[in-house]
Write a protein that binds this ligand. Structure first.
Ligand code: TRP
Length: 470
């Protein structure tokens, strides 16, 4: 069967453009907002170690698989999976993997946009000098005033969704590629600056110890699942975002090299963010387990006290918005690409439709922080005792849907797709590198996902074996 040489949606101008776009997708709120707060909630060091291990043994190999499937399929994930399944003589129901991804992307974006709205609001507060001289109590009340007000949250959420839809409507080169070129380098510089401040804060050692000294008594089975879920989340894996970006990748670019670069940059950003935040937490006597508000209640203190903090604070939150922006477009791109392919819609129309639906669903998250903040829908399940609707959405997508998607991608790439096809597409030759990838994706990844799932459900208890506390 003949396959298209290029996607109908266009393609990246070069491998570098793909690396930038995929890095733009990977680096986002996950690194700067989510990683520090979940590491804080799960005791630091041991959690970080499990997360790093998951990036190396699960994340990188799955990312290679996802890019490979996208580039070979050259369409939206739904249609790519159908084409590739036909090519391998397998069931057309593999396209359901694409559907599950569209659903996951939609659910994630619905809350992602609300949190990105917080960053937008903070950029405005920073310009206005609100943080100057701020104390821990002061920034806590700024945060509570914002999240306690559904109308304000809705306003910022709306603005962010509109921004996302505009870029998506403009398409692969005009929109997606242009947005990421300055972002990643500038974000890096700002994070280094914050790390400099943290180093001088007096609690840098304590912060580092929290982040890197692994004490396995502090992490339980659920913590391990959350660390694995975050490895998928932070690398944008398991729902087709990286697959759709791979479908715009020029035919000859190296998949392995690109993937490793992206994963390293992403990890570095997360660690730099953690190293900036925890010293500030400790020096101000705050709680590392403060939850989703963590960075919004720590970083403003740093900006409020450093020379030039008003400028740097503004820059930082603006960059955070950009980082979220280049991620959010990848969450919705699989759905938009499918609408364009199968419903013959223009990109503009497809963007408006998906954007409106996502916006509406985002209201669930908006209300989770105020009028529904006491609503605990699954309080009868012990791990969800304190979970709000937002917490549940996050848990369902990051810790369940993405690992399941990754599991299916792994199974398809090595058990269904013909070996010569993956050898050809990855273009690593048939040497040790290809074989290592194959062993990881064939055995290690699926087995790891299954063990971690079973351990959390309590059906099987590997905790003693893993040295965990529960
Ligand atoms: N990786 C992004 C972050 O860390 C979020 C994201 C973008 C994502 N695209 C995704 C997560 C696809 C899961 C799947 O902020």
């Amino acid at each position: 069967m003949t396959r298209a040489k290029q996607s109908i949606h266009g393609s990246w101008s070069s491998r570098l453009a793909f690396v930038l776009a995929a890095t733009g997708s990977a680096v986002g709120l996950g690194n700067i907002w989510k990683f520090p707060y979940i590491a804080g909630e799960h005791g630091g060091g041991a959690f970080v170690l499990v997360y790093l291990a998951c990036i190396a043994v699960i994340g990188i190999p799955i990312m290679m698989a996802e890019v490979m499937l996208g580039r070979r399929g050259r369409q939206s994930p739904i249609n790519s999976m159908r084409t590739l399944a036909a090519e391998a003589g397998a069931s057309r129901y593999w396209s359901w993997l694409g559907w599950a991804g569209v659903l996951a992307g939609f659910l994630i974006l619905s809350y992602y946009s609300v949190i990105a709205g917080w960053a937008l609001a903070y950029a405005f507060r920073a310009v206005g000098g609100t943080f100057t001289g701020a104390t821990a109590d002061g920034v806590a009340s700024i945060f509570e005033r914002l999240t306690g007000d559904p109308e304000r949250l809705m306003g910022w959420h709306t603005l962010f969704m509109v921004m996302t839809m505009i870029v998506v409507a403009r398409g692969v080169r005009g929109g997606l590629e242009r947005a990421v070129k300055f972002l990643v380098p500038s974000l890096f510089v700002l994070l280094l600056l914050l790390d400099g401040y943290a180093m001088a804060s007096g609690a840098f050692d304590q912060g580092l110890a929290f982040l890197f000294r692994a004490d396995f008594a502090k992490i339980d089975a659920n913590g391990v699942l959350i660390a694995m879920g975050h490895a998928f989340f932070t690398l944008s894996l398991g729902m087709g975002a990286i697959m759709v970006y791979g479908s715009y990748l020029p035919a000859r670019a190296s998949i392995a090299k690109s993937t490793i670069t992206i994963a390293l940059l992403d990890t570095l950003v997360a660690l730099l963010a953690g190293m900036a935040i925890f010293p500030i937490v400790f020096v101000n006597g705050m709680e590392p387990g403060a939850g989703p508000g963590l960075i919004f209640q720590t970083l403003p203190i740093a900006f409020g006290h450093m020379p030039g903090g008003q400028v740097f604070g503004t820059l930082f939150f603006v960059l955070l918005v950009f980082a979220a922006w280049t991620s959010s477009i990848s969450l919705i791109e699989p759905a938009v690409a499918w609408l364009v392919e199968n419903r013959a819609m223009s990109r503009v129309r497809a963007s408006v439709i998906t954007g409106l639906t996502t916006w509406l669903f985002g209201l669930l998250t908006v209300f989770s922080f105020n009028i529904w903040s006491e609503f605990r829908p699954l309080s009868f399940v012990s791990v969800f005792r304190n979970a709000t609707v937002f917490d549940l959405l996050d848990y369902l997508t990051a810790n369940i849907m993405l690992p399941l998607g990754g599991f299916a991608i792994a199974v398809f790439s090595v058990w269904v797709m013909k070996r010569p096809d993956s050898v050809q597409e990855l273009a690593l030759g048939d040497g040790w590198a290809y074989r290592l990838w194959r062993v990881l994706v064939r055995y290690v990844t699926p087995v790891a996902v299954v063990i971690i799932f079973l351990n959390v459900t309590g059906l099987v208890d590997f905790s003693g074996f893993l040295g965990l506390s529960e």
